[in-house]
Design a protein around this ligand. Structure first.
Ligand SMILES: Cc1cc2nc3c(=O)[nH]c(=O)nc-3n(C[C@H](O)[C@H](O)[C@H](O)COP(=O)(O)OP(=O)(O)OC[C@H]3O[C@@H](n4cnc5c(N)ncnc54)[C@H](O)[C@@H]3O)c2cc1C
Ligand SMILES: O=C(O)[C@@H]1CCCC=N1
Length: 395
């Protein structure tokens, strides 16, 4: 027998953004359904894995400002659920001292009076052992940055949502969306109706939006999540207070390279390249490009002499980039979330490559928007309207 139900709001996609949105809606006493195509937990989207970086170090003020509130909301969830989701490690930021990108990170933190320590070539190795700072590179530490326990965070927020009476239906793919004052959502197992719809489908956003006649200039890329073995066990360990790090640009590439201390897999340090190769989310494993791993190997050889320069473990994850015209230009790296003015009772939302840490605020904002409330943060950097594309939906 197929399932049916009436809700105040339906959220499609139980990644970090959808789960926080559903939780916020339930907190506001909204009868909420969270739909997920895969059996939870799963590792086929963007929110899986044990760890993510949380930081205030950004090259644009609005991200640093948003992070103030994010830290508070993460701490609130920790208290509510009685679990530890964040571990402070600091974030080491490195990059060519005179480059625009490095300076933007440094100046943004300084301007916003974010706790930071600037390191010099003389005292660098005293603070950060086993890392080589390139000649001409500057370095500073964003003190409050650290690690978010991602899988645990997802479990926690979904659990809190259910405690508030929220309904999760996993292994249920949304197959159609019918607009109207009441939105009808069909899935592989049933039909549901709601006054409001939030779409947080990550890499599947355009596939899902096809049902609404709306398409966004997005590109999905596969990221090889690489773990590198310590030559001396523990030398880059979270227990020895080794920080997360971000190289703004380097000899190997203009793209960021970032990493986290050894933690989830003993003796293995996670280091990734902030760029991947295009993929269809349903064919992710067919994308076998490894040019990012080559770049990372060169970086590890140059800067992390205490790591074996070949990954010991490679996992997969996906980013959903927002592109500006023409589509093949380098992606503009922003979180994407937007109120879509053409969607009568519904809203279209989506997200991309550094958004885990923002989950609590994004959830709050999507909740406000779907209740017709004035968003409590400035959303202008995230508006869908910033894309000159076919944004008029059939809804
Ligand atoms: C390698 C890697 C490292 C990262 N590092 C960081 C970091 O250090 N710090 C940070 O803040 N962020 C980081 N990010 C980014 C962050 O993880 C993502 O921005 C975030 O997880 C995106 O979440 P989401 O909910 O938008 O998407 P997803 O997690 O992909 O969720 C979308 C969900 O929608 C479901 N769905 C799709 N279509 C349907 C359908 N038709 N019916 C039902 N369900 C559907 C999918 O199955 C999926 O579960 C990283 C990302 C990657 C890949
Ligand atoms: O979001 C983060 O902090 C990481 C590091 C920079 C690139 C993407 N993810």
């Amino acid at each position: 027998m197929s399932a049916e139900g009436e809700y105040d709001c339906i959220v499609i996609g139980a990644g970090v953004q959808g789960s926080f949105t559903a939780y916020q809606l339930a907190k506001k006493n909204q009868k909420t359904l969270l739909l997920e195509q895969f059996l939870l937990p799963h590792s086929r989207g963007s929110s899986h894995g044990q760890t993510r970086i949380i930081r205030k170090a950004y090259d644009q003020d609005f991200y640093t400002h948003m992070m103030e509130e994010c830290y508070e909301l993460w701490a609130q969830l920790e208290r509510e659920a009685g679990v530890k989701l964040y571990r402070q490690t600091g974030l080491l930021v490195m990059g060519p001292e005179n480059s625009e990108s490095y300076q933007l990170f440094k100046v943004t933190l300084q301007k916003n009076k974010t706790p930071m320590v600037v390191l010099t070539h003389d005292n660098f190795s005293q603070h950060i052992p086993n890392v080589k700072l390139a000649p001409g590179d500057g370095a500073f530490v964003d003190i409050s940055a650290g690690v978010l326990y991602a899988d645990r965070a997802l479990r926690t927020v979904q659990g809190q949502f259910q405690k508030l009476g929220g309904v999760i239906r996993d292994k249920e793919t949304v197959t159609n969306i019918k607009p109207g004052p009441v939105v009808t959502v069909s899935t592989s197992a049933g039909v549901y109706r709601a006054k409001s719809l939030v779409i947080t489908a990550g890499p599947w956003t355009n596939k899902l939006l096809a049902h609404t006649g709306l398409q966004l200039p997005l590109e999905v890329v596969k990221i090889n999540v690489c773990y590198w073995k310590e030559k001396a066990p523990g030398s880059y360990s979270v227990k020895r207070r080794f920080p997360c790090f971000l190289l703004t640009e380097g000899e190997e590439s203009k793209e960021h390279i970032y990493g986290l201390p050894s933690n989830e897999y003993p003796g293995l340090v996670k280091i990734c390249y902030h760029m991947g190769s295009e993929t269809d989310p349903d064919q992710r494993d067919k994308q076998t490009d490894k040019s990012d791993i080559e770049i990372l190997g060169q970086f590890v050889t140059r800067c992390f002499p205490g790591l074996v320069p070949e990954p010991a473990v490679v996992e997969s994850c996906m980013y959903t980039w927002s592109l500006r015209r023409p589509l093949k230009q380098p992606p503009i790296v922003h979180i994407m979330n937007d109120y879509q003015p053409y969607l009568s009772q519904s809203e279209a939302r989506t997200n991309c490559g550094h958004g885990f840490k923002f989950g609590p605020v994004i959830g709050k904002l999507l909740c406000e928007l779907s209740l017709g409330e004035m968003p409590s943060n400035d959303l202008s950097p995230f508006r869908i309207r910033r894309f000159h594309t076919k944004t008029k939906s059939a809804l």
